[in-house]
Design a protein around this ligand. Sequence first.
Ligand code: FAD
Length: 299
Amino acid sequence: MARNPWLRDRLPRLRFARRAVRRFMPGEDAESALTAAKGFEADGITVMFTRLGENVTKIEEGDVVAEHYLGLMDTIAERGLDGEVSVKLTQLGYDIDRDRSLAHCERLAEKAALSGRTLWVDMEGSDYVDGTIDLYERLHAAHANTGICLQAYLHRTAADIQRLLPQNPAVRLVKGAYAEKATIAYQKRPEVDANYVALAIAMLEGIRAGHTVTIGLGTHDVELVEQIAEHAVALGLDRRAFEVEMLYGIRSGEQRRLAKAGYRVRDLIAYGEAWYPWYMRRLAERPANVLFALRQLLP
Ligand SMILES: Cc1cc2nc3c(=O)[nH]c(=O)nc-3n(C[C@H](O)[C@H](O)[C@H](O)COP(=O)(O)OP(=O)(O)OC[C@H]3O[C@@H](n4cnc5c(N)ncnc54)[C@H](O)[C@@H]3O)c2cc1C
């Protein structure tokens, strides 16, 4: 459904769908996201912003997104928010002109550095993994304040982590949100979970071995987070060796509980009009969310 153009054009116009998506995003405009961010401060939870959209087809659209993020970063700094930005390369025109999308990332990283923040690059479907890692390596070589997302469902990710560790990377580890083939990706949840823990441990061991690795655990799987925290302690590190990152509206109580228990917690707040494919991936992650969406049809 995430890739169905007919639904992508029509569903977002329906009132019930707009109502349902509110569960995962405070609003379509940046101001709603900025306002929501303020609300997390009292709980000691920091934030990350992402404007939804992917695979732009005109290079100018990517330019507009880059300008938008530059402005957003100014506002984040002006308001004194502990907020970072995460971008999708295909929203910055990567499909049309890779060098231009890299140049956009460089400008964004420079801007983020002014307020001591990290610029994050999302990971998209498997066709983009090689290109995203290559681009990240070029970006990171000149801008240390940049991070990349890697997906635990892919068989290749263990090797990608070993490749990146000597470069002192920032890595957000997620399970992976796209439908990938069994030839390249683990399909069963226990396999993905086991790989997730193994990859997190590989990064913690990287820290022990003297690399500077900034780790974000992008998951709502609190059991995994707690397991990884135990491994960190066993390695002589502590739970603050990594940050826990969750999506706005998902397991909010757990986000607050973890922050209270001394974990570093960051909430990813999405906004923007192009929410359709992103929202479909959220529904696919949890069937109960489909029921929630359908309930919005009721008066
Ligand atoms: C900060 C962040 C950034 C991300 N960036 C990327 C990216 O760049 N590329 C990418 O491929 N993926 C990204 N993802 C998505 C990720 O790959 C997973 O698809 C998503 O996080 C669901 O997996 P999970 O780790 O929460 O584990 P799951 O095994 O799916 O869920 C664990 C538990 O969390 C709860 N939960 C999980 N999802 C939901 C939901 N939608 N609604 C309600 N409860 C839920 C459930 O109780 C579930 O039992 C990101 C996720 C986060 C949190």
